[in-house]
Design a binder for this molecule. Structure first.
Ligand SMILES: [Fe+2]
Ligand SMILES: [Fe+2]
Length: 449
């Protein structure tokens, strides 16, 4: 008997069915235009005096920029593992944000235990803790369950932060204006942030000051807006076997950007022919295969356009070197499609639309407008390919795919944090880091949600 699909998968399918094939292109276009028209970030003052100054605060316990709170927590019973799972706007999230011990270490049937862990954590939403002990698996999600897990009382700064995190606020490492704790009578004062808005209204980051009692009671003492993005926050499909760029990289930043885009567009030609061949080998509908061939032809044009622009900015297009691979199993195809298509091409289309509106160079703007429309269709095709393959996979494989998509999104977001060269932002309209992150977060809250 097959288990029913997870709520996440049901939701994804509903989004595919209802929105993506028909509306994705116009949605992305609207979003990109809004990011240019509204522009900029309105910085709010941080001068309100209700918030304790940084020198009175301690920050969260962090290792390499990652919050590591569980080390200081002494849960009452001895669990084999204690994990912290975080909703990240692309929920449910695959792996834990933090894990102490080893999940299923003492289970009588380890495979069954791991499958249950995956099923439970994939179908649980929000911020929660998850423990294993022998064959016992537990989600700790209510306030009482969390307080019990923390030993029945809030005794340390990290426990106070965990209490606030569990209530849905963000913990930031190494920034006491955003996250800090000080001990006061009967408990702790905690500063944490929350991001709200989006979906047509501004994205607003607020910081909060809470009192967290030793009994776990949490009271908001103060709040203030610290960031407002009137703004909403590239890359296409890369085939398996694409080799890294060699040593000869063009010097001019704008030329370099187009030279490397030429490489990606060229590799996308290969990627789509590969997709068409593999879909054919697996008996996919002719319409899907034909759409992949059309997409390959689009990518030939994109390659030509990007090569032309690279040369105009004094750079030779960087060639794509690809090692061919035989037809792969459906799961491998689905995995590549999830990462390169559903995530990266969807964002690639949005970024291209954004460039079409924001580029000050008219030739670039015109080229990107053409590319954006094609990329939106490619993104739609990815979701259609996913909709055909996924029912043919096992439940475990589908769960893995959801994790892969979440990881791909996290990776893309990490890449977007790198600030592009100012000339690339201006002339080519490439979103700066702040815009790219806002666009991605908006996608996370809508299409990828
Ligand atoms: Fe392309
Ligand atoms: Fe594409």
């Amino acid at each position: 008997m097959t288990r029913p699909a997870s709520p996440a998968l049901e939701r994804l399918r509903a989004i595919i069915r209802e929105n993506v094939p028909r509306h994705l292109g116009s949605y992305l276009q609207h979003l990109a235009r809004a990011s240019v028209v509204a522009g900029g970030v309105v910085a709010a003052g941080c001068s309100t005096s209700h918030f304790p100054p940084g020198e009175e605060l301690v920050g969260p316990t962090c290792v390499d920029g990652q919050w590591r709170a569980l080390g200081g927590v002494r849960p009452a019973p001895d669990y084999d593992s204690v994990a912290r799972y975080a909703a990240r706007g692309f929920a449910p999230v695959g792996g834990p944000a933090e894990l102490l011990g080893e999940e299923c270490r003492a289970a009588s049937n380890r495979d069954a235990c791991e499958a249950s862990v995956q099923e439970l954590t994939q179908s649980t939403w929000g911020n929660y803790f998850f423990t294993t002990r022998g064959d016992e698996l537990r989600v700790h999600q209510s306030e009482d369950e969390v307080l019990a897990l923390l030993g029945g009382s809030i005794d340390t700064p990290d426990e106070a932060l965990l209490r606030v995190w569990h209530a849905g606020y963000s913990i930031t490492c190494d920034d006491l204006a955003r996250t800090g704790v000080r001990e006061v009578a009967d408990g702790f004062e905690v500063i944490a942030t929350q991001t709200g808005g989006g979906c047509g209204s501004p994205v607003i980051v607020s910081r909060y000051l809470f009192f967290v009692g030793r009994d776990g009671a949490m009271t908001e003492l103060s709040r203030e807006e610290i960031e407002r993005h009137e703004d909403w926050g590239c890359e296409g499909r890369r085939p398996e076997g694409l080799l890294p760029v060699g040593a000869d990289v063009p010097a001019d930043p704008v030329g370099r950007w187009f030279a490397s885009m030429a490489r990606l567009e060229q590799s996308a030609v290969d990627a789509f022919h590969g997709v068409a061949d593999e879909l054919g080998a697996h008996g996919a509908p002719a319409a899907l295969i034909a759409a992949a061939r059309v997409a390959a032809d689009d990518e030939v044009r994109h390659h030509e356009a990007m090569s032309r622009l690279a040369r105009r900015f004094g750079a030779a297009p960087i060639p794509a070197e690809i090692v061919p691979h035989p037809v792969r199993p459906l799961y491998a195809i689905a995995l590549e499609n999830a990462v390169e298509g559903c995530i990266r091409e969807t964002y690639g289309a949005l970024a291209a639309y954004r460039q079409a509106y924001a580029a000050t160079d008219a030739e670039v703007a015109a080229a990107m407008a053409d590319i954006a429309a094609d990329e939106a269709r490619h993104a739609e095709l990815s979701w259609e390919i996913a909709a055909w393959i996924e029912p043919r996979l096992t439940d475990a494989e589908r769960a893995e795919l959801a994790i892969a998509r979440a990881r791909a999104f996290a990776e893309l977001r990490a890449e977007a944090e790198t600030e592009p060269d100012a000339a690339v932002v201006e002339r080519a309209g490439v979103p700066d880091a702040k815009t790219a992150l806002a666009l991605l977060d908006h996608l996370a809250a809508t299409i990828f949600a």
